[in-house]
Design a protein around this ligand. Structure first.
Ligand SMILES: [Zn+2]
Ligand SMILES: [Zn+2]
Length: 386
């Protein structure tokens, strides 16, 4: 039965091929930053509405979030759609493809939803790149009704297992005191030197950090004039670790390095989180294997260089969703030499290879959702009367 259902899912996906590619290209041509994805979220929800999904937008008070629902079966599958872009880099993380894959998977699965007892949802989740949109939605009650949550993320190569870091996003600010750098230097407090001390301390701390954790950031404001002692400096810093527990410990040590800058210069330090903490991913291993098998059946290749496979380790607020709902977050390859967050990767997220990834990803997600639903439905819900 499942093979026939899968054939129908794939042929339904094929009928909307042009719409999916057009949606992906439209998002790619008009990148919007996190929390500002007004046109993007409307475009994604618009395609779902045109195919019979009921839309709630804004969703749970978030302007650029939405929820699209189809069917009333007892097993609820949630496809997650990200559509935010990166400052200065456009869709260099390929979220245009994430949206198109989730939309394609959801519409294709809806084709057989009624007869299989599945309800299909798509949740449009803003601001993945540092804003933690899914965490905001989670805390407002989203996702809790789902029996299975899924999405696929573009990457250089196909990797079924996602191992994202837990991460904290910080805005860091030092307030010193301006003074004429030549005439009255003794009256100043140098907020730029505070950053220098912090960066130096972080570089030394790295020697003693466990393998695999990450501390990185950029200074976004360094001073205004060479002849004035910098009064205010600012930056954005990320701290990443294998688990939330390890992250909390690491954060305390990194904070001391920023404290050192304040202590040495007399500047005042203010650290403000830019999002809530992203958790590590808790992957549903059975579903992950089903995804892998389905993707291989569609011709995807997981026989990649193991180094390339482990390299693509970032963080995602899908980690937080995966802590409460069985979830997968596989990577789908768009080929080429570029990797996420490079300008060349944005170029790789449109064109032939990207379109093939979009087709395969949409179908593989829908097939996997079906497999998971069929396996778990009888265990979770009483048998339906025939
Ligand atoms: Zn990214
Ligand atoms: Zn991303």
């Amino acid at each position: 039965m499942s093979d026939e259902l899968k054939r129908r899912i794939e042929s339904r996906r094929a009928t909307i091929d042009g719409e999916l590619v057009a949606l992906s290209n439209r998002l790619h041509d008009d990148p919007e930053l996190g929390w500002q994805e007004h046109r993007s979220s409307a475009a994604v929800a618009g395609v779902l509405a045109a195919h019979g999904f009921a839309i709630e937008q804004p969703y749970l008070g978030l302007e650029t979030a939405f929820r699209a629902t189809f069917g009333s079966g007892p097993f609820v599958v949630g496809f997650l759609a990200e559509y935010d872009a990166l400052p200065g880099l456009g869709h260099a993380c390929g979220h245009n493809l994430i949206s198109a894959m989730s939309v394609g998977g959801a519409i294709a699965l809806a084709e057989i939803a009624g007869e299989t007892g599945i309800s299909v949802e798509v949740i449009g989740t803003p601001a993945e790149e540092g804003g933690g949109g899914k965490i905001e939605l989670l805390e407002r009650g989203a996702f809790q009704n789902l029996d299975f949550a899924l999405m696929a993320h573009p990457a250089p190569v196909d990797v079924a297992e996602a191992r994202p870091f837990a991460v904290a996003h910080w805005h860091v600010r030092y307030d010193g005191k301006a003074a004429h750098a030549a005439a009255y230097p003794e009256r100043g407090i140098n907020a730029n030197d505070a950053f220098l001390i912090a960066q130096l301390s972080l570089s030394l701390l790295r020697q003693q950090l466990p393998a695999g954790v990450r501390v990185h950031g950029v200074q976004t404001r360094g001073g205004e004039a060479p002849n004035a002692i910098p009064e205010r400096t600012e930056g954005r810093w990320y701290v990443r670790a294998e688990t939330m527990e390890q992250l909390l410990d690491l954060e305390a040590r990194v904070l001391k390095c920023f404290d050192a800058g304040a202590l040495a210069t007399g500047a005042t330090l203010t650290v403000t989180p830019e999002s809530k903490h992203y958790a590590e991913m808790r992957t549903d291993l059975e579903a992950q294997e089903l995804y892998r098998d389905n993707a291989i059946r569609l011709g995807r290749d997981f026989d990649v260089d193991p180094v390339a496979a482990t390299m693509n380790r970032a963080s995602t607020d899908m980690g937080n969703v995966s802590q409460i709902v069985p979830a997968i977050h596989p990577y789908i390859g768009v080929g080429g030499d570029a990797s996420n967050h490079q300008p060349e990767f944005a170029e790789a997220c449109v064109g032939r290879a990207a379109e093939q990834a979009l087709r395969d990803g949409a179908t593989a997600l829908a097939w996997t959702a079906l497999d998971v639903a069929l396996r778990r439905m009888d265990a979770t819900f009483p048998p339906r009367a025939e």
